[in-house]
Design a protein around this ligand. Structure first.
Ligand code: NDP
Length: 240
């Protein structure tokens, strides 16, 4: 599986799954255009050799400008995401709008700019949208998150149909709990962790590298006939 010489846009590149994806891409000979928010992460990504652009993806105009600034590119990973835990009855409009802006609208905007570039320059490309098992399953306290990821899945399916005739494949991946620093904190309660672990047949949570490997596969030419799928990367959680 070679991504040698390819330029890949990665959103949410600063931490967690996005950062692991950046490291793996660089180790396989790709160049990364990184979109992320924290200044420290931007600095670190530049030191790694990335073209790093600081942006708040909840701002639609800034997102479009950053997406344009990240071009030219061959491939796109929409990885940035955020969450806020609120019971359904207490879910605020502000939190709902914010999660939709970051998790659903920003991937659409970045993908629009990327796809226009690929089409205009007569290239071929691939997009991976990082969704979640939360788009398939109702998880208490995650109403806005589940809705925003299901919305992203809808985009993935339409993009797969509309963009493939132009040579761009689009797929979604759906990780289970993945041990990024944030998730380690959220799942450090042994009782809560045991309940979730009991539903994952392989008996462990995912590591960021487990997810990054699948992202790279879906980007690669080896996945040339894979388009429009929603692929769980969940150790069997969805069949449990
Ligand atoms: P992290 O919190 O570890 O990293 C998220 C990255 O996205 C950070 O670099 C963060 O930047 C960036 N980001 C968040 N909000 C914004 C914003 N408004 N503007 C720009 N950048 C932003 O998350 P994970 O690595 O855990 O998650 C990555 C993706 O995987 C997300 O889409 C998430 O929903 C999904 N996922 C994660 C799972 C898990 O258990 N970890 C499970 C299933 C899906 P900064 O820190 O600077 O804000």
């Amino acid at each position: 599986m070679s991504l040698q010489g390819k330029t890949v846009i990665v959103t949410g590149a600063g931490k967690g799954i996005g950062r692991s994806t950046v490291d793996l891409l660089i180790s396989r000979g790709a160049t990364v255009a990184a979109l992320t928010r924290s200044a420290d992460d931007v600095r670190e990504l530049k030191e790694l050799g990335c073209r790093a652009i600081q942006v708040d993806l909840s701002d639609a105009k800034a997102t479009r400008e950053a997406a344009r600034a990240s071009l030219p590119a061959d491939l796109l990973v929409n990885c940035a995401g955020t969450t806020e835990l609120q019971p359904f009855l207490e879910t605020t409009v502000e939190a709902f709008d914010h999660l939709y802006a970051v998790n659903t609208r920003a991937p659409m905007i970045v993908a629009q700019e990327y796809a226009r570039f690929i089409i205009d320059t007569g290239r071929k490309g691939a997009i991976v949208n990082v969704s979640s098992v939360a788009s398939f399953v109702g998880i208490p306290d995650h109403a806005a998150y589940c809705a925003s990821k299901s919305g992203l899945d809808g985009l993935t399916r339409v993009m797969a149909k509309e963009l493939a005739p132009h040579g761009i494949r689009t797929n979604g991946i759906h990780p289970t709990v993945t041990l990024t620093p944030m998730a380690v904190k959220a799942w450090s309660d042994p009782e809560k962790a045991a309940g979730m672990l009991g539903r994952i047949p392989v008996g462990r949570f995912a590591d960021p590298i487990d997810i990054a490997e699948i992202i790279l596969f879906l980007l690669s030419d080896e996945a040339a006939m894979v388009n429009g799928i929603s692929m769980p990367v969940d150790g069997g959680y969805m069949v449990a």
